[in-house]
Design a protein around this ligand. Structure first.
Ligand code: PLP
Length: 370
């Protein structure tokens, strides 16, 4: 049976159908309906944040929060991410300046941020990649010292906590993605979390064309509202999110058992004081030590109907649309990890047998280059 890198979790069919029934009475299908409001409220509680602004997807949330902050100039960010992070910066007329990552958890190497700051730097956009927490304390100290905004791409980090604090409480704002492939989803969807009520008000307008009221449009907004069917999907999925994460935790545990002692394969280690969400299971393959490269593992698994992804390769700074604009040799760790990383299948649907089979195929690749 085919195993994809990701498989969305669905709520029980009857629960969803029951929950959308009232929409045939109210016929209030979008524009901040009752389910939209209820989901925002419940997410505040679950994510332990003070405000949630919902969006049609995570990308528009990030694009519009950068717009709402009226930023100008350079933004320090990571190239080891999904293409959305960099696009959101560039599409706002801002210039990304790429910071290298650390080889432990693949988040921004905070020791390399300050040397990138110029008098044009306005913000830092770090990514909690794979759900790994960035060094939020160091980033906060740097931002304070240089008067920079911090906007986290927390697309992977739904439900992650640090010392009991919701991940969305760090920085000036955080963006979450609720895409079907994420730990928690609303089919398509996203959110901004922030303590700043003024920012929430700006976002409320910007996601609705900049409309202030019936006769006043005072912002150049977009249309990025979450509809009621998506909000209901979110409410249903939220009822099962703890189960979802617990199932993923088991999968992580099984992968670790299988792969912890395999020479030449590096796996993510648990982070201190962090409650993880088990969003992804990346491995980094050292071809010499392991005796086979990433491509061999990718191909062998594929022959067995198991589909992995080279997340995140290429680096966003190396993508065709940015050709000639950035020099990825300035982020050598990111470049090396991108060339060696493979994201293994991860979802609540995977059984221990599935994981064992995947790991057996991986281990059988050893020696393929000799
Ligand atoms: C998924 C993702 C996004 C974009 O979210 P969408 O909801 O798909 O628009 C942004 N950044 C990262 C790191 C992501 O993985």
């Amino acid at each position: 049976m085919r195993i994809n890198v990701i498989k969305s979790s669905m709520p029980p069919f009857e629960e969803y159908v029951e929950a959308i029934k009232p929409l045939w009475e109210s016929v209030w299908l979008t524009n901040m309906g009752v389910n939209h409001e209820k989901l925002a409220e419940r997410l505040c509680e679950y994510l332990k944040v003070s405000n949630v602004s919902l969006f049609v997807n995570g990308h528009m949330a990030l694009e519009l929060v950068l717009q709402a902050m009226d930023l100008e100039g350079e933004v320090i960010t990571t190239p080891f991410t999904f293409t959305s992070t960099t696009h959101a910066i560039v599409r706002n007329g801002l210039t990304p300046v790429f910071c290298d990552i650390n080889p432990r958890d693949y988040t921004m190497d905070v020791s390399k941020i300050e040397e990138l700051i110029t008098d044009r730097t306005c913000a830092i956009v770090p990514v909690h990649v794979y759900g790994c927490l960035c060094d939020v304390e160091a980033i906060e100290a740097i931002a304070k010292k240089h008067n920079l905004k911090v906007i986290y791409d927390a697309a992977h980090a739904f439900g992650v906590e640090y010392k009991g604090r919701g991940v969305g409480t760090f920085g000036d704002a955080s963006m979450f993605s609720f895409h079907a492939t994420k730990v928690f989803h609303t089919i398509e969807g996203g959110a901004i979390t922030t303590d700043d009520r003024e920012l929430i008000y700006k976002l409320w307008k910007l996601k609705d064309f900049g409309i202030k009221d019936e006769e006043v449009v005072d912002g150049i907004g977009a249309n990025a509202k979450m509809n009621e069917f998506c909000a209901v999907m979110g409410l249903c999925n939220l009822d099962h999110i703890d189960e979802e994460i617990a199932k993923r935790e088991k999968v992580t545990g099984r992968y670790r058992q299988n792969l912890a002692d395999v020479k030449g394969i590096t796996i993510l280690q648990p982070q201190k004081d962090v409650k993880p969400n088990h969003a992804y299971f990346p491995i980094v393959v050292d071809e010499k030590e392991f005796g086979a490269g990433r491509q061999t593992i990718y191909d062998r698994l594929r022959e067995n109907d198991i589909y992995t992804r080279k997340y995140f390769y290429p680096l966003t700074s190396d993508m065709d649309c940015y050709r000639g604009r950035f020099d990825s040799s300035l982020t050598p760790v990111a470049k090396q990890i991108a060339e060696r990383v493979l994201t293994l299948p991860m979802s609540a649907h995977l059984t221990e047998e599935d994981v064992d089979r995947i790991c057996d195929i991986i281990k059988d690749c050893r020696g393929a280059i000799n």
